[in-house]
Design a protein around this ligand. Sequence first.
Ligand code: GTP
Ligand code: MG
Length: 452
Amino acid sequence: MLGLDRLGGFVRDLPGEVAELGDRLVDRHLRLAVTGLRRSGKTVFTTALVHHLLDGHDLAFVGAVHEGRYRGARLLPVRGPAFPYATFHRTLMADRPTWPDATDRLTVLKLELRFRTTGLVQRLMAPNGSLILEIIDYPGEWLLDLPLLEMDYPTFSETAAQRDRVEPRAAVAGEWRAALAGLSPTTTPAELVEVYRRYLGRVQNELGLSLVQPGRLVTAGADPATGFAPLPDAAPAELRRAMAARFETYKRQVVEPFYTDHFSRFDRQIVLVDLFHTLNRGRAHFADSRDALETILESFRYGTNSLLARLFRPSIEKLLFAASKADHVAANQHANLKQLLELMIAPARRKARFAGLETDVLALAALRATDTVRTEHQGQLLSCVRGRLADEGRETVLFPGEIPGDLPDDEDWRSGRFRFRDFEPRRLEPGVKGQHLRLDQAIEFLIGDKLR
Ligand SMILES: Nc1nc2c(ncn2[C@@H]2O[C@H](COP(=O)(O)OP(=O)(O)OP(=O)(O)O)[C@@H](O)[C@H]2O)c(=O)[nH]1
Ligand SMILES: [Mg+2]
């Protein structure tokens, strides 16, 4: 099914694809999947990446930059809506900069990077290398639809019902449970989808949980006409048939094109994880985020990038897990942040490694909003952060708390010790150093080998 659709995709876009395949043959076209749950930092990462790659400033860990071979980059036109880099950049350069809004549609970014090649033969044959880097930006919720491709409607219904029955979800499921209890032969799928949409909205906004399916039902501009909801076996047969048909249509018309056009053909992947939000919300949220991440990662095909596979279905060959927004805590906490992420994604990483992928883990801040400062408090030296708090809008120095180096235990959850705060962005300035944390290490891992 997917194979046929993919072929359909190729036929639709033939001229563009042919040109692109030419690039791929000489390995000059690289698709980078920037993945992560909603609000994990995808849009900010992509914006900061472009900002720094345009002239290669403050990227000491990128080999080509360090060796003086990097020549810069330029944005290329794309088919379809382009990633609004200029708009995001302008708002981040303003006197009072603001973060980009949550993403509500898919956009594409194409960046051409130029560099001097290394190696005798290459220097003689093609002294100036060029790499086309392609990234898409999309609402994080959409990723949670990918696993639906491997499910049928009864499986989805059963999985969702199990989730909806237990706390913390059960606490906000009252209206949805009542709707299920009152099912009758006259109940329409549209009414039910609307109630389920309200319930998922509560799961997301009141409980702050990530695992929400169908993901598009809760994003801005969602069309309940294309949505569906889980139904028990005992629901009226006609209703269940109609809902199952909606489920299949959604998969075919919404999820499959997203997967085949964008996610089945990536070469490299970064998975951004916001551990601060997850820790702040408590144990259930932490477990939910881990499930959501694992669910998503199951959808990617990890495997070796053979030449044939590269032409028709390149699989991901390098995978980077990154704890985003590392500037929420002082620098001495970054090792623990990395370690906690390692523990959280261990099963997914193991699978990826087994499939032959090169993987790495790091803590980064794509756009650093704080500095680490040391202050003395009652005779003790404390590592604090200084930044402008998002909810108070004032510059302050605070002790943000510590990150456990291990998975949090009962006492950690009970004590309410995790209260990490959000910060306003700092003004992005051209040529200024220190506006990120380890963004250059991420770039080197993800594309450094293609800049030689
Ligand atoms: N301090 C700090 N905050 C960050 C950083 N990156 C992202 N944030 C915060 O995280 C929020 C979400 O970042 P986005 O890049 O919009 O997240 P996203 O993954 O694109 O979210 P969706 O579009 O909803 O899927 C921002 O509004 C900031 O508050 C960072 O490097 N440092
Ligand atoms: Mg976004």
